[in-house]
Write a new protein. Sequence first.
Length: 302
Amino acid sequence: MNVPAGQKFVLIRYVIEKYNLKHMVKFLCVIAGVSRSGYYRYFSPEAEAHRKRQETKDEAAKELILKAFVFKGRKKGARQIKMTLAGQFQCIFNLKKIRRIMKKYDIVCPARKANPYKRLMKATQEHRVVPNLLNRNFNRLEKYFSLILLTSNIMVDKELSVIKDGSTGEVLAHHVSSRITMDLASETLNKLKKNRRFKKAENALIHSDQGTHYTHPDFQKHVKKLGLLQSMSRRGNCWDNAPIESFFGHFKDEVNIKACKTIEEIHKEVNRYIHHYNHTRYQWNRKKMTPVQYRNHLLQVA
């Protein structure tokens, strides 16, 4: 393991002072693999004054980074912190600096945990799989063209179904249910229909995995009634649904659903997070804008 020279200098000084070995500076520097001139330079008044000034700057940077880290009560990683600092605090920090400060002061973002989608039940013969029309074309610069739908378990006997716009990253509709029924996906479609901002693009499609909710004939009829094409990912391939899988990954990292005691509290927490996700959670690959900002940006360039 590579030990920084500064730490070696401090260790040498500790040994010298503890055991009164001032006459062995050269020998200890050779053992540590550092130069004697570097040792004396490190503890010069100028160098110590510089380190003190740097420490003061780091403390000030830490306070700003912590504000962004806990902004809206959602802990963030370095890239989210950088975008939040720029968007909310009008402060530009280099990513390397943010990561250095986080490491120095032990500011740790939540770790993403693998949570693959588990099939609820085997599809019967009446269920029908459709082709993958989207084919990972997530970044098409046309809002409301690729609507990505997925359901995930967020608590014991609690399911969250979400429709996300693949182009802007905006969550357009969501539905929380205490029961795992075929109506869960259809209710999410109903909420999409009620979204007044939603104006489907030509040949817009709803894309999902091959879960039984989406292969069910009633759901497929509902999709056609809304004038949408239907697309499905390949079997067992989560990369075909990457944007919505990413949303649920962040949701489970950043939302403490276990603290909710009632279904009403769950609804409120989910609504708060989705509002934060759409309006104040910046997206690195969307020009560092929030989904709503990026949606408006696409309107301007259209």
